[in-house]
Design a protein. Sequence first.
Length: 293
Amino acid sequence: MEWFHVAEMEPGVHVVAEPGHVCSWLIHGSERTILLDTGLGVADIAKAIAPVARSPVEVVSSHSHFDHIGGNPLFDVRYAHRLAESSVHAEVIQWEAGKYAELVADMPAAFATFLETDRVWFFLAGPDETVRDWPPPGIAPGEGWTIDVVPPTATLDDGDVLDLGDRQLRVFHTPGHAPDHICLLDERNGILFAQDQAYYGPHLDYDAECDVAAWAASERRLADEVSGSIRQVYVAHCLRPAVPPRHLRELKEAGEALLAGERLTPAKGLLGEDVLALDRGHFSVLVPVGFQA
């Protein structure tokens, strides 16, 4: 089975998923093609998208975390927010990739258990909600992989517009989860490409570079400025490649609750860190121990 799952979600938009791990997005225009994020870097994403790319592909990084920039060296044109260059710490990215390989080793077995129940009762898992076996081809069990960190060739800022010909993508700088995080708004087609800014699952806002107040402000901005004018939100994580626009308002409310001092509960972070959680069931927000509004 191929590592990537590439599928047309609607005219001009392909999901480029590493199933169970992360979704990147191939966005087509009449003159240019953008690949939003390049994933883990454990397989050749340029080869995976070649059959459906309509023009030379330019990369936009939503942010500089290891699971979004792994394939960047495969592309000559690479955009990122202007803060990306100061946010990249190669040794940290490599350490995180190694820890991630340990974390996900048991995920395929857990998914198989879930699938047994799903196929009897719920039928939630379709072709876009699957999990690939780990490790990927070419990576030994228990070992990580090397991520070659390369700088952007051009930078973006809030309000910039990427003109693809018959499609325009407006940059929203949405710091909090990462200082350089951006979303892309396709206003004409009613699409927000949100990546790590909106998804069902745990939102990781506890690392040293995270800023909970900035995250809450970014969620408030998207809910206030975007949620009423879009029909689709495409995201990066937790098996669902898309969530409804109302989720932006749910995230805004969660940010407001955090800043208002709502009681938090002890929880574990992605790599086993002790954190605090604001739990809303289908999603949660994880913040550092000792967080105070």
